[in-house]
Design a protein around this ligand. Structure first.
Ligand SMILES: *Cc1c(COP(=O)(O)O)cnc(C)c1O
Length: 372
């Protein structure tokens, strides 16, 4: 059977391994598996949100409110924007898909950083579009500008991942503004803020002011998600915020009821849970230091991280070997070999998890040293 030929160039997105797989493969008890592979919130689902989910269990037979009025209202209040500036998706992944499909075709191109979130590229490939990447792995706006100037006719979307997954670095807000000012009004700039709350908590210079951004620039789409800080990865809720001209066009691609009734309720409740959010942010920043110290001691290269993960870059050891070794011990991390870098990404966990991860990592590094 023949399929769309663009599909031949697409590799499946490799998600972090699920806990169930480790239980099956290595016979480790579910409660003993540590998963720090997908930047989920290590505090677990907030208790308040759990209550809301249970309370709404009797609404599962009803289609959700397709206007998503309540959640939009809550987001509009949080960001001080209008309801019409917001589009809600099944994860912000879906908003990326809408943006690419709304703006591009096989003759256009996207521009991204050398190593960044792979869904930008995957969606562009759906359309047979071209991918321009900077040679710099981390975001380098000078190089973005050069490539953009050289291929302006083709480039329809520029993706800025601020801060960047999977490397963790983060551009300064001011530099982002300066850069966008020089982009043509017809080029869409997607500012992916999946970890923006973490960045802002660490350094205010990195925090994007969403309202300001979208009112100043008519060609910017900001993306946010409930999957990371808000601890709702399994609920699949994300959103885009932009000028109404953008959101109304993206909305044309949205299937009705693309977010579940219970997910909408959970997300609305999650926004209110200030204690959970603060605890998450504090734990993250504090526990990050444990990893930084370890890296320094063991001569592992790191990039200053503004996210809820840290990326260890290895010189003389194979990241895949390290990853496999950790997996056998029931610790799921993320090998970045597939991204073209010899590195492991570790989501910052709870203190006991981080201690265990670093203890096992130390052992693993020693074992590999002995074999070499
Ligand atoms: C996790 C993530 C997303 C989206 O996650 P969803 O679960 O689809 O909301 C988007 N961008 C980046 C950079 C991410 O890391």
């Amino acid at each position: 059977m023949k399929f769309n030929k663009n599909l031949e160039n697409i590799e499946n997105y490799e998600a972090g391994k699920p806990i169930e797989l480790i239980v099956r493969e290595f016979g480790i008890k579910e409660k003993d598996v540590i998963k720090l592979a997908s930047n989920e919130n290590p505090m677990g689902t907030s208790k308040n949100v759990q209550k809301t989910i249970k309370k709404n269990a009797n609404k599962a037979h009803l289609y959700p409110d397709d206007s998503m009025f309540e959640l939009k209202k809550a987001l509009a209040k949080k960001y001080e924007v209008d309801l019409n500036n917001i589009i809600i998706g099944s994860g912000s992944d879906q908003i990326i898909e809408f943006a690419v499909h709304a703006k591009m075709d096989e003759n256009s191109a996207i521009l991204t950083s050398g190593i960044t979130f792979s869904m930008y590229e995957i969606y562009a490939k759906h359309l047979g579009a071209k991918i321009y990447k900077t040679t710099s792995k981390e975001h380098n706006l000078e190089e973005f500008k050069e490539i953009y100037e050289a291929h302006k006719d083709e480039i329809d979307i520029i993706f800025l991942c601020i801060p960047n997954n999977p490397l963790g670095e983060c551009l300064d807000k001011e530099d982002v503004y300066k850069f966008i000012k020089e982009v043509d009004a017809d080029t869409l700039v997607v500012v992916d803020g999946a970890y923006n709350e973490f960045a802002k908590f660490k350094d205010v210079k990195k925090g994007i002011d969403v309202r300001n951004l979208i009112f100043e620039f008519n060609n910017v789409l900001y993306l946010g998600t409930f999957s990371k800080l808000y601890g709702l990865g399994g609920m699949r809720v994300g959103y885009g915020i932009a000028n109404e001209n953008i959101t109304s066009n993206l909305l044309k691609l949205r299937a009705p009821f693309n977010v579940t009734t219970i997910s909408l309720e959970a997300a609305k409740e999650a926004l209110k849970d200030k204690k959970y959010i603060e605890k998450t942010l504090k734990n993250n920043l504090k526990e990050m230091k444990r990893y930084e110290k370890f890296a320094k001691k063991h001569n592992i290269k790191i990039i200053d991280s503004y996210t809820n993960f840290i990326t260890f870059i290895f010189k003389d050891k194979n990241s895949t070997e390290i990853y496999d070794n950790m997996l056998k011990k029931g610790i799921i991390l993320r090998d970045l070999k597939g991204y073209g870098i010899n590195a492991i990404r570790i989501t910052i966990g709870l203190p006991y998890q981080n201690k265990l991860v670093l203890k096992e990592l130390k052992n693993t590094l020693q074992i590999i040293d002995k074999m070499q």
